[in-house]
Design a protein around this ligand. Structure first.
Ligand code: F0G
Length: 429
């Protein structure tokens, strides 16, 4: 059977080339479903390992190396790829110690993708499908990274990109990228959730292809974060995978990826997934704590602007991930995010604020004895340090009002003579 679209609620199926983002029957989210039974004979660990080190398309991409599990029916000629993926999995004993982990902590740095975030993995999936469908225009609402990735991939594919974001709430690096890559950028006097509602209306009205993570082809690309991490670990499953949660695309993709790997026999157990939200943008956390009796939304507020989202579109799929992986949800304060970010940055690795949820959340869950000290943990760093230079400079120069700056690296100033420099270097000597 060919891959097709399937509603996660009522099971209604649709042809793979339908332009549809929600189930026409019940409004549920759609999965791209592959025929795992048929694929089972074709893909093994060896299939994917043999492609490591490939020099040419499509297998030199950390997404398309796993093509059979991403979009098997897509002709190679339609693929729009940088390539992406092939990101480092850092073994970080010092940060493990800081988080209270005595087992092993790895950080998978998705900020090492071409536009500096994991969104490139989703966007190569989504823009390639857009090309296969003959789309000339693509759009998204964004807190900044999706728009940067969309703008870049659309430019490479020769498509027009339209992006919406909240005025004044997109980190500098991301805004600069979207403008530079040539997208039509619209800032609105409304938050991300409002922008998300608007872009869906605009796409319906003008027949533009929607490339937010409600588009299931995005999530197929993002699954490869997990495929690649597992491959880097020699297909030995860690105990935990820890990921920041905003619009909950990654959380959703990770569950599907693990479910599929397990069904195909590529891993012999399913790691637990911990989704970490900012305390000021915590609808999944509230739902989880309330036993999912209702579906909360919040008015989001956090300095981790990437995850400043109060009504995540993938909520129902993220819930499914928690079921499939015996997962948990935790929340961390902005102070905890800043502390963890300072640690990751000073380790020479660096990430943007939202990404630091992975380390902050690991530390919290160890304290709460949810993650065992001896566990093997993979944390995902979702975006590059240079995405948000403003927060870094404000933090280290003491300009972040209301926060305790615990790990400042003070910027020194000296007059241009040796005595002044010696005085300035007092603390260094
Ligand atoms: N980390 C970063 C750096 C992000 O940019 C995002 C989402 C997330 C985490 C959360 O991931 O949405 O899959 O739960 N950024 C989106 C954007 C919303 O528009 O760039 P999620």
């Amino acid at each position: 059977m060919d891959s097709h679209l399937k509603c996660i609620n009522c099971g209604q199926t649709y042809l793979i080339n339908r332009v549809i983002y929600h189930c026409a029957a019940c409004g549920g989210l759609l999965d791209v479903v592959h025929d795992l039974e048929a694929l089972g004979g074709q893909v093994t660990r060896t299939t994917f390992d043999a492609r490591l080190g490939a020099q040419s398309a499509p297998y030199h991409s950390g997404v398309w190396r796993f093509k059979e599990l991403v979009n098997p029916g897509l002709p190679d000629a339609q693929i729009v790829s940088a390539p992406e993926g092939n990101t480092n999995l850092y073994d970080v004993p010092r940060l493990a110690g800081w988080a209270g982990i005595e087992g092993r902590l790895y950080l998978k740095h998705e900020g090492e993708n071409p536009t500096g975030s994991f969104k490139d993995r989703g966007m190569t999936g989504g823009v390639s499908q857009a090309r296969a469908l003959g789309m000339a225009q693509v759009a998204c609402a964004s807190t900044g990274n999706t728009s940067a990735a969309l703008a870049s991939y659309a430019a490479r594919a020769g498509m027009q990109a339209l992006v919406f974001f909240q005025k004044g709430h997109v980190a500098l690096g991301k805004l600069a990228q979207s403008i530079a890559y040539g997208a039509t950028c619209v800032q609105i006097e409304g938050d991300f959730d409002a922008a998300m509602r608007l872009v869906q209306m605009v796409c319906d009205e003008f027949g533009i292809y929607l490339l937010n993570s409600v588009n299931p082809f995005r999530l197929e690309g993002q699954k490869t974060i997990i495929f690649e991490a597992l491959q880097q670990l020699g297909w030995r499953a860690p105990d935990w995978i820890v990921v920041p949660g905003g619009n909950l695309g990654n959380s959703s993709a990770f569950g599907k990826a693990l479910h599929e790997l397990f069904q195909l026999g590529l891993i012999d157990r399913i790691p637990r997934v911990a989704v970490i939200q900012a305390a000021g943008a915590n609808p999944l956390y509230l739902g989880y704590k309330g036993g999912f009796r209702d579906k909360p939304t919040v008015k989001a507020a956090t300095l981790a602007t990437a995850i400043k989202i109060g009504a995540p579109v993938n909520y129902d799929k993220a819930r499914r991930t928690l079921q499939w992986t015996n997962g948990v949800v935790a929340q961390v304060t902005d102070q905890e995010i800043l502390d963890a970010k300072a640690q990751i940055d000073a380790a020479g690795i660096g990430c943007e604020p939202a990404s630091a949820c992975s380390l902050a959340g690991t530390r919290k869950l160890v304290t709460e004895r949810v993650i065992e000290r001896g566990a093997v943990v993979v944390g995902v760093l979702t975006g590059h340090l240079l995405k948000d230079p403003t927060v870094i400079l404000d933090y280290h120069t003491g300009m972040l009002a209301g926060f305790e700056v615990r790990y400042a690296n003070k910027l020194l100033t000296a007059a241009p003579d040796l005595e002044s420099i010696k005085r300035a270097l007092n603390s260094f000597m």
